[in-house]
Design a protein around this ligand. Structure first.
Ligand SMILES: Cc1cc2nc3c(=O)[nH]c(=O)nc-3n(C[C@H](O)[C@H](O)[C@H](O)COP(=O)(O)OP(=O)(O)OC[C@H]3O[C@@H](n4cnc5c(N)ncnc54)[C@H](O)[C@@H]3O)c2cc1C
Length: 516
């Protein structure tokens, strides 16, 4: 067979490059010298973005497939468990304004939709949607872990993801890929890229290592987008008319005491011109203000972040990162696939960037093209999938802004301007006024944010729904009552039985989890 795809060249050694190298090698490389092999080239001079500390639960599967133990991951990456996000001050900005978007779906999700029953009964009792339909928000509020030390690796009582140190994560993946999976690591600058007559990339030129040839090239070069933009000139599709944040200011904060609680959810607190993330790792917190420079100055943003962290963070220095919200028009051209920031980037409101990297890498690793013919078909599927993913993620992030009732600053008022709301979201919100978001609204089999996420955000933000026409009596009502009672019990039981998050992390660092 001519044009067999054997040599994969990855340019870039950030999270995208190393997740790709590890997954592709773990799945496809063997000792056969004539088989598939992977080379990763990264510049020593051009750093990685170095932030990106929240994952989705998909990371558990990714790490398992790569072959890294969960204990090692937690130890090496300063890792912690993430059970969702708490949004503070997003709805009306009053002191009691806060809701959870947990990672567990609502209870008995395949049998009943609890939305209308919650509106009819529980809401009157002052029970938040997330608390009424699942126990995980209670675990977060109590600082309890999603599993215990005897739970096997990658398993849990509750669904969970991770908080991690991005620089340590890239280092772990790099060492594992080189030592255990046979990935060739070249530290060098890519100076130019060569194409053959048919437009396919044939090789890259490096400063010290000369020419490196390949059959399939992954552009993981971050915002530089060396191949997807540099070679193929694929246009960038901006969405700053929908999502206004254009800068992030990051600041690491120490704990006041070594035994201070570690939050088991990301805290996202609304501000005058954006929002602040707060992520708890065992040894420090990572915080940052994501803001629109059209609605505040850089100095005021710095002051806002420093006010939020207080004296404990006063010594730390901030790092400003520009956000160019949007994505490529197309993502896989000929034998070049853009993965990570070269593919696109949005403000990290629901921490979906690493998940998109995993989605892209799953696609390539699990169905590595055999030859150029199959690559053409796969690239069409990949491009269709990523066009869909970006459209839907933009809508989901915008949902958090559209449902606000805040009127206090131009940032929040501008966000509700109908001209800034995608038509697809407007349409679906109209439907969801009378029917809760359901699986039928998300027909794509690998949806990034599906109906449970929409329900948590919409009900969390007090979306005004009219579900009066939905069944409210008979078997449906009985089942709903039973579900609410079961959730109330599991809320109490899980909070009583699960260890405190920091206690579990200490134990994992000392003894380790049970290997799978
Ligand atoms: C403020 C902020 C917060 C974020 N928070 C989250 C989060 O909570 N969750 C989440 O999932 N994601 C988050 N992200 C996104 C996440 O950080 C990135 O998606 C992820 O790190 C992937 O980056 P990357 O590997 O594509 O690019 P980078 O980390 O920028 O790596 C680019 C690589 O390309 C190499 N390179 C570039 N040019 C050359 C050249 N000429 N020759 C050789 N090598 C070259 C560099 O050396 C580097 O190794 C956040 C991003 C930002 C900005």
């Amino acid at each position: 067979m001519t044009n067999r795809i054997k040599h994969i060249v990855i340019v870039g050694g950030g999270s995208a490059g190393w997740i790709a190298a590890a997954r592709i090698a773990a799945k496809n490389c063997t000792d056969d010298p004539d088989g598939v092999h992977v080379t990763l080239v990264e510049s020593a001079a051009i750093g990685t973005i170095g932030v990106g500390e929240g994952t989705w639960p998909t990371m558990r599967n990714t790490l398992k497939k790569i072959g890294i133990s969960e204990t090692e991951f937690i130890r090496q990456c300063d890792g912690a468990f993430k059970q969702g996000a708490k949004f503070v001050g997003w709805t009306d900005g009053t002191p009691q304004d806060g809701y959870y978007h947990p990672l567990n779906p609502p209870h008995a999700a395949t049998q009943i939709d609890l939305s209308s029953h919650w509106i009819r009964t529980r809401i009157k009792e002052g029970l938040d949607f997330a608390d009424a339909v699942d126990f995980q928000a209670a675990l977060c509020e109590a600082g309890r872990a999603p599993k215990s030390i005897t739970t096997p690796e990658y398993g849990g009582l509750a669904n969970y993801a991770y908080h991690l140190d991005a620089v340590k994560f890239a280092k772990l993946l790099s060492e594992f890929s080189v030592q255990k999976l046979g990935v060739r690591h070249v530290v060098d600058d890519v100076t130019s890229i060569n194409q053959s007559e048919d437009g396919y990339i044939s090789s890259i030129e490096t400063k010290l290592h000369g020419t490196i040839a390949g059959d399939l090239f992954l552009d993981c070069s971050g915002f530089a987008a060396l191949m997807i933009e540099g070679v193929y000139g694929v246009p960038f599709v901006p969405c700053n008319d929908i999502l206004f944040a254009d800068h992030a200011l990051a600041l690491q904060v120490p704990y006041e005491r070594d035994d201070a609680p570690v939050a088991t959810h990301t805290i996202s607190t609304a501000q005058d011109a954006g929002w602040i993330w707060d992520i708890g790792l065992p040894t420090r917190r990572g915080t940052g203000y994501v803001y629109s420079s059209n609605h505040t100055s850089h100095d005021e943003a710095e002051a806002t972040l420093r006010r939020y962290v207080g004296v404990i963070g006063a010594e730390g220095s901030t790092r400003r990162i520009k956000i160019r919200a949007g994505h490529r028009e197309t993502f896989w051209v000929k034998n070049c696939v853009a993965v990570g920031l070269s593919n696109g980037f949005l403000e990290p409101l629901e921490a979906s960037a690493l998940m998109l990297i995993e989605t892209a890498v799953d696609f390539v690793a699990d169905r590595l093209p055999e030859n150029r013919d199959s690559m053409t078909v796969l690239s069409k599927q990949f491009n269709a999938a990523f066009t869909h993913h970006w459209e839907r993620i933009i809508e989901f992030l915008k949902l958090h802004y559209v449902l606000t009732k805040r009127d206090d600053t131009a940032f929040w008022r501008d966000n509700r301007n109908p001209g800034s709301i995608p038509e697809g979201l407007k349409e679906r919100l109209e439907l969801w006024r009378y029917h809760p978001p359901s699986v039928q609204d998300f027909p794509y089999h690998k949806e990034i944010f599906s109906w449970p996420s929409y329900q948590y955000v919409m009900h969390g933000m007090g979306f005004e729904a009219d579900y009066a026409a939905l069944p409210s009596s008979g078997p449906d009502e009985q089942l709903a009552k039973h579900c609410f009672a079961t959730v109330a019990q599991s809320r109490q039981k899980s909070v009583a039985e699960m260890p405190m998050h920091r206690e579990l992390l200490n134990k994992i660092n000392q003894y380790g989890l049970q290997p799978v």
